[in-house]
Design a protein. Sequence first.
Length: 254
Amino acid sequence: MKSSFDRMTSSWLYKLAESIGNVVIISCLFLAFCIPVVTIGASCSALYYTVYRKYKKKSTTISKDFMHSLKDNLKNGIIIHILYTAYSAAAGFNIYFALNGLNGIKLPAWYTLVAFIPVIPVIFSLPFVYPLLSRFRNGIKGTITNSFTLCMIFFPKFFLIWFIEIIALGISIVFPPAALITPVAATYLVQMITEKAFAAAVRVEKAREEKESEPELNEDFIDDDSEEDISEEKTDDTSEDNGTDTINEEEDYA
């Protein structure tokens, strides 16, 4: 016979409250580690990893997962965030200069269109950067180039990631309490796109490795695939980034 406590913990109301509590905890951890600003990148990767572990791997150690990913990706996350912030600021100033001029200096009208061109690399690489950082060990250069490659392969579907993130940010600005839910909700929706992309890329990489391992006689019949190496997932080790595109298999917690 079940005790009153067992009946309570097995009720739908308790499970709903527990689910909401987990969402709030993850969101609070994400927001807290965004406060220093420079750690926004690492916090985004930790958010993605924690949501992935919670809802794909059914992990129950959300705080441990978050801190593990934050620590593992802190260095690269800070560097990537600074690179994107500095580049975006320069591109934004270029657009402002093209539209409004500076100190009485006006640029030709045709330059307005040219000024928007530097924004394209951000649009076509940022959507996959932090998911890749959280799930694979590619190095800084490899993470950015692989993200760009995935955006090209899954064009125009990757625009859905931008749409989801912008809507979530807009809701949080209009109704701040929603920020306790929107980070996790948006990341969960984004994972429906990114995880399919990762799975497809891994299949391509494995097929390429199998072809490369065939006898030399068949080399003339092997297509040269230009995909970046994202075939295996991260481990729990925290070895320093050496700039190479090496990836280790993910290790699940006990």
